[in-house]
Design a binder for this molecule. Sequence first.
Ligand code: BG6
Ligand code: MG
Length: 231
Amino acid sequence: IPNPQSPIPNIQGFIFDLDGVLTDTAEVHYLAWKKLADEEGIPFNREANEALRGVSRRASLMLIIGDRTYSEVQIQEMMERKNRYYVELIQNMTPKDLLPGAIALLDELRQAGIKIGIGSASKNARTVLERLGIVDKVDAIADGYSVQEPKPAPDLFLYAAKQLGIKPEQSVVVEDATAGIDAALAAGMWAVGLGPVARVGAAHVVLPSLAGIKWADLRDQLISASHSQTH
Ligand code: BG6
Ligand code: MG
């Protein structure tokens, strides 16, 4: 029975987060932050790193330094130093670092005529996409240079949709971080969360990963989600 309050979503484009969705750079970010933290004598471990998932470079540093006081000059220097370590490490990335299912879904969506964008907080997104060999598979890139307000603000995803020439309600965001799901919902977009419900449970559809995911199945799940709520 058609419900006028929840029309079948007319999906025209997908906006993929990069880190944790198409490739797992969380470990690489961790190694770079860990080196910096060790040099500064600040305790930091993999568990603490989990709280940095999807969090901007500056906000990540703030979480690491906690209530220690540093000048703005020192903060800038530490952000640059961490980034040098990160940039060095991502030179080793190859297409083998794509997460399972990523290429298959990108190719299937393209064949279905669906536009593909990247919505990543990272200023290194372009380099990572190049190392992964998927620059020519995307129609637009919104990255750490595109907007001022970081996720959970909707700005980055709205920017990506604009680049793709589609409306928010025609867009599906794929995200692994709580801040990213919140940003997608704030933008009025469909949200697919990858990972534990505790982290991405607010999304319309929650999946363990992209492995084995077919566009037809995902579309069905989005349609079911649209029936169980007003979007
Ligand atoms: C996000 C990552 O995609 O980008 C975060 O999940 C990272 O871990 C943020 O801090 C900013 O990235 P960068 O490369 O500009 O420091
Ligand atoms: Mg992410």
